[in-house]
Design a protein around this ligand. Structure first.
Ligand code: URA
Length: 194
């Protein structure tokens, strides 16, 4: 953990002027990321939604409120983590992003991950988990399993937005965050990935 606020700011400046792919059509803001650049935990979501696009910050809508509850289950405050998305712009009409759009945006997250240099990466849902673990295995099978990817401990969980109205996912997500709190206090071992 040797996050550099200057490095993070340099990446944010670079992303904020990005105009390279159609994801920026109709956007209000580029949602770079938010939080402590020295965070022990990096949380990775998918892409900004409508509220995030309007406010320019990740997870400020209903999923964000629920994420705050989940963080408190793990005994963590939002200011103590860094939150970023794989995609920095909301796909127009909220459609699925195209492969080439994902490829253009992904290097920014890689740079952010290196700059924050967290101990734990918590991936929210299939999209972020596939991106970080380079796996086709779905989140239903992977959630709650601590993996090692390079120097990072990766902890995949369901996406909070998917769990808001699904009791089963909600229970699993809350259990997974309770375990995350335990992992942060003590130490669990991670299964190697890739
Ligand atoms: N869902 C995400 O994946 N990211 C956000 O920032 C908000 C909702």
């Amino acid at each position: 953990m040797d996050g550099s606020p200057d490095k993070i700011q340099a990446i944010a400046d670079e992303i904020s002027v990005c105009n390279k792919c159609p994801l920026c059509e109709g956007r209000t803001n580029v949602v770079v990321g938010d939080g402590d650049p020295n965070a022990r935990i990096l949380i990775i979501g998918e892409a900004p939604g409508k509220n995030e696009d309007l406010q320019g910050r990740p997870f400020v809508g209903a999923a964000g409120k629920y994420l705050d509850e989940l963080l408190s289950i793990a005994g963590i405050k939002r200011e103590e983590v860094y939150i970023a998305n794989v995609l920095k712009c909301r796909p127009p009409g909220n459609r699925d992003p195209k492969v080439e759009e994902i490829e253009m945006c992904a290097p920014y997250l890689r740079e952010q991950t290196r700059a924050v240099d967290p101990e734990y990466i918590v991936t929210l849902g299939n999209f972020a988990t596939k991106f970080i673990l380079k796996t086709e295995v779905g989140i239903t099978r992977l959630h709650g399993q601590l993996k090692q990817a390079g120097r990072f401990r990766v902890y995949p969980v369901f996406h909070p937005a998917a769990a808001i109205y699904d009791r089963t996912k909600r229970d699993a997500l809350e259990q997974d965050f309770a375990r995350l709190g335990e992992l942060l206090k003590g130490e669990g071992s991670a299964e190697s990935s890739g």
